[in-house]
Design a protein around this ligand. Structure first.
Ligand code: UTP
Length: 421
């Protein structure tokens, strides 16, 4: 017994020396100071967090020049609404057959913190009802049930959460009996967490034994499905396509048979729902081609020339914005999973422990978080069907409490679409 204890202690001391060196090498001595004050359990927790840090990512903080240069951009034409309407029956049949054959699954990205909404809890728990309860999660399940009722079978639903909201999310689904959706068809998985730093690149701590960790963006979902083992379920069920969607668009169609059918019919390996831009300056990521591959360019990356460029028919050349509703072929996802995705360094308000051990919640951005974004995934695919949907029927995102993309605007759109609130 004593022998084992000694051995364990020795390994631990070695690790400690290694830790000191690593932290010193990356100018994070303050973390080692904090570590020394902890008991064994606290030390193990902090070491485990530090071991997972990708230091090359942290080095990007404050170095915009390290961001990847854009390649050559050209417009990508969309399958537009009139063409979709002409072929609706055909596409729908192809989609319904694929869903019936169990080839389509859905992935709800719900690991975000929804800071703009300012709601204390997972965004999906927000009640958007007026005369009755109608939670965002409930609304999304209802939207999915529109399809499953029509097909007569269920679509496997994978829900990504994070350490910050996992327990509350799963407890809520239990409490609400999965809003009538069969539990066997719902699987939760947690995304990875990433550290955050101040403007000088120093790691923040959020507790004496913990770095300040936050969800690593919505782009790591496939990796997280794989490492948590949930991908096995996709394989065992024979799911060939995954429909990825955000928690906040309460109007969206999930596993939409017409979208599925059109993508299959196109022979492409991915599809993206897009809306026509409201005006050239609209703050929306635009789907186009970059060096011959599909790519999404954010509004702030576009030059005036690109923003205002027009086709011969007078339409904007870069006219279609993405709404975070994608269809990806699973075998292709596996193929691209080893490719590196760009890391976005984002200025945020990050709660942290000050030198007196007090938790400070800053009023303005005080550091950087590191995020992977699902929109960068598109560029890893050979091709993508740009599929137009009508904004007023399918796009009601809830980002803020009031104003643009808010609870107010989403409620108005839901009512316009005949949803009783
Ligand atoms: P947003 O970009 O709106 O981020 O996420 P957010 O964290 O929810 O909200 P803000 O910016 O703090 O107000 C778009 C979608 O991606 C998911 C969100 O849950 C939402 O469905 N997401 C975002 C994740 O699943 N994980 C993340 O780390 C970030």
């Amino acid at each position: 017994m004593i022998e084992i204890d000694r051995k364990v202690r020795k390994v631990f001391v070695m690790k400690e020396k290694e830790l000191e060196n690593v932290l010193k090498e990356h100018n994070q001595e303050h973390i080692f100071e904090a570590y020394k004050k902890l008991d064994e359990k606290g030390k193990e927790k902090l070491i485990a967090q530090i071991e997972k840090i990708d230091w090359s990512i942290l080095a990007m903080a404050g170095h915009e020049e390290l961001a990847q240069e854009r390649g050559k951009l050209v417009p990508l034409s969309a399958l537009e609404v009139p063409e979709i309407e002409k072929n609706r029956a055909k596409y729908e049949q192809v989609g319904l057959d694929a869903i019936k054959a169990g080839k389509v699954g859905a992935v709800l990205l719900a690991g975000g913190q929804g800071t703009r909404l300012g709601f204390d809890g997972p965004k999906g728990k927000y009640n958007i009802g007026i005369t009755k309860e109608m939670y965002i999660f409930e609304r999304l399940i209802r939207n999915l049930q529109d399809v499953t009722d029509k097909v007569g079978c269920f679509v496997p639903l994978y829900i990504m959460t994070s350490d910050k909201n996992h327990n509350e999310t799963t407890a809520f689904f239990e409490e609400k009996d999965y809003f009538g959706y069969p539990k066997d068809f719902v699987k939760f998985f947690k995304q990875e967490m990433a550290p955050s730093v101040d403007f000088n690149g120093k790691l923040f701590m959020e507790a004496p034994d913990s770095l300040s960790l936050s969800p690593n963006g919505n782009g790591g979902w496939f990796y997280s499905m794989a490492v948590t083992g949930v991908l096995n379920d996709v394989k065992v069920r024979g799911v060939e396509w995954l429909n990825i969607f955000a928690v906040d668009n309460v109007l969206q169609r999930i596993a939409d048979p017409v979208f599925v059918g059109a993508t299959l019919d196109s022979g492409r390996v991915s599809g993206a729902k897009v809306v026509r831009k409201a005006d050239p300056e609209e703050k929306i990521g635009v789907l186009c081609l970059e060096d011959g591959k599909p790519s999404i360019v954010e509004y702030y990356e576009m030059t005036e020339e690109i923003i205002n460029s027009r086709e011969a028919n007078g339409e904007l050349s870069y006219n279609f914005g993405v709404i975070l509703n994608y269809l990806f072929r699973v075998d292709q996802l596996e193929e691209i999973s080893s490719k590196k995705m760009p890391v976005h360094v984002v200025e945020k308000k990050i709660p942290y422990l000050d030198e007196n051990g007090m938790l400070i919640k800053p009023e303005s951005p005080n550091g950087y978080k590191f995020e992977l974004l699902v929109l960068d995934m598109i560029h890893l695919f050979e091709n993508c069907l740009s599929y137009e949907v009508v904004r007023d029927y399918e796009f009601a995102p809830i980002k803020n409490k009031t104003g643009v993309d808010s609870v107010e605007s989403a409620r108005a759109l839901l009512q316009k679409n005949g949803v009783e609130l």
